[in-house]
Ligand binder design. Structure first.
Ligand code: SF4
Length: 334
C-alpha cells in the first residue's frame, strides 16, 4: 500500500511585538528580515503552493515562525478565516500552528478548533525551571504542563519542541526534558541544538564567557540520547538539528554553534553505532540486514560505523531488508 504524500504549505508569521526576551532570539533581525503577510496575501501564497502540490497529497497549511496565538486575536482570526476556507472547500485537510505554551488557554483553543486547526506545536524548549528562567522564556514548567493538558483534552495533535544546550542545561536535564515530553503525551517533537545568533543576549553571555555553546560532537551525542527516548516512546520526530541557511552562516548571523548540513545523518549514524555495539557480532564475515531507509545511517556518516567494525576485525556487509523496521537488524554470519 503506498503511503499518502504529506505536504505543508508554510506561512511564515513572525511574532508581532513579542513581549518576551528569550536569550537566544534576535527579534529585531526577524522583524527586519521578514515582512508579515496580510491575511489577503496568504490566500495568494496558498494558491501558488496548491498549483504545484499533487491533489492526492495530504495537505496542511502551517503557520509557523512565531507564537501564532500570541498575535492580536482579531488578526489571528482573520488569518485563520482565510486558511479555513481551503479546509471547507476540501483543498487542504487541516491547519497546523506553532506557539508558546503560555499563549494557550481554553478560549484560544475554542477559536483554533472552530477554524480547522488540527495540530498545535509548542516551543517547550526545556522542562527545567532554571533553564527556562535563564533562557528568558517568561514562564516555567507548569505553563508547559498546563498547555499540554489543555490541548490533550481535545482532539488536537500535540507537538512539543525542545532545545539542547540552553543556559544552565546539561545532558541530564535534556534527558529529563525528553522524558517529560513523553509523559505529557506529545505526538510529535523537534530537537534543536542551541546556537548563538548575533544581536542576542546569548551572544553577550557567550562573549563574556558566561555561556558555553555545545560543540558539534556534544550536540550530536546529546541528540542521539534524546532520539532514543522518543523512538522508544513512538513519538514522531519531525526534525533533528538546524541546517545552515543563508541567515545562519558565520559571516552573517551565526556567532557560534553546532550547525552542520548532515546533522541528522550524524545523529542517526551514532545511534546505529550504539545498536551495532550492543549486538554480539562474530569476527569474520557477516551480512547485516537493516530497513531500506536506515541503510546509510547503519553504514554510518562517511562509512564510519562500517570502518570502525572493520578495524575491530569484523568483515561486514550491509544490505536492505524491506521486512525490517527502523533500528531493527538481522545478522547472518558466513
Ligand atoms: S523566541 Fe522568544 S523572544 Fe523570540 S519571538 Fe519567540 S517568544 Fe519572542
Amino acid at each position: 500500500m503506498s503511503k499518502k504524500k504529506h505536504c505543508n504549505i508554510p506561512i511564515f508569521i513572525p511574532e508581532l511585538a513579542c513581549p518576551h526576551q528569550c536569550v537566544f532570539c534576535n527579534q529585531e533581525k526577524i522583524s527586519n528580515t521578514f515582512s508579515v503577510p496580510t491575511p489577503n496575501e496568504i490566500g495568494v501564497i496558498i494558491d501558488s503552493y496548491l498549483e504545484t502540490i499533487p491533489k492526492s497529497a495530504e495537505i496542511n497549511i502551517a503557520f509557523f515562525g512565531g507564537s501564532f496565538t500570541g498575535i492580536p486575536q482579531q488578526k489571528m482570526i482573520s488569518y485563520l478565516k482565510v486558511a479555513y476556507k481551503y479546509v471547507v472547500e476540501g483543498k487542504v485537510q487541516g491547519i497546523r500552528i506553532s506557539t508558546k505554551p503560555d499563549y494557550i488557554t481554553n478560549p484560544i483553543l475554542d477559536i483554533l478548533e472552530k477554524y480547522g486547526v488540527i495540530a498545535i506545536e509548542l516551543g517547550a524548549q526545556s522542562t527545567n525551571d532554571k533553564v527556562l528562567v535563564k533562557s528568558g522564556r517568561g514562564h516555567k514548567f507548569d505553563a508547559i504542563e498546563k498547555a499540554a493538558n489543555l490541548i490533550n483534552n481535545r482532539n488536537f495533535e500535540l507537538g512539543l519542541q525542545m532545545m539542547l544546550g540552553l543556559p544552565y542545561d546539561n545532558l541530564e536535564l535534556s534527558i529529563q526534558t525528553a522524558k517529560d515530553i513523553v509523559r505529557l503525551k506529545a505526538d510529535t517533537t523537534r530537537i534543536y541544538p542551541t546556537v548563538v545568533v548575533k544581536g542576542t543576549v546569548l551572544e553577550k553571555m557567550y562573549k563574556k564567557g558566561d555561556y558555553n555553546v555545545l560543540s558539534l560532537e556534544e550536540a550530536v551525542s546529546w541528540s542521539k540520547e534524546i532520539l532514543k527516548i522518543f523512538n522508544e516512546a513512538n513519538i514522531k520526530v519531525l526534525r533533528v538539528g538546524l541546517h545552515p541557511s543563508e541567515e545562519l552562516e558565520p559571516e552573517k548571523s551565526l556567532v557560534a554553534g553546532p550547525i552542520h548540513p548532515s546533522f541528522k545523518e550524524m545523529v542517526l549514524s551514532e545511534l546505529w553505532n550504539d545498536v551495532l555495539n550492543e549486538k554480539q557480532l562474530e569476527k569474520g564475515k557477516s551480512i547485516i540486514h537493516v530497513a531500506q531507509n536506515q541503510l546509510n545511517y547503519a553504514i554510518g556518516y562517511k562509512g564510519r560505523n562500517r570502518n570502525l567494525l572493520q578495524t575491530k576485525g569484523y568483515d561486514v556487509k550491509f544490505v536492505a531488508d524491506k521486512n525490517l523496521k527502523d533500528f531493527e537488524l538481522n545478522v547472518c554470519h558466513n
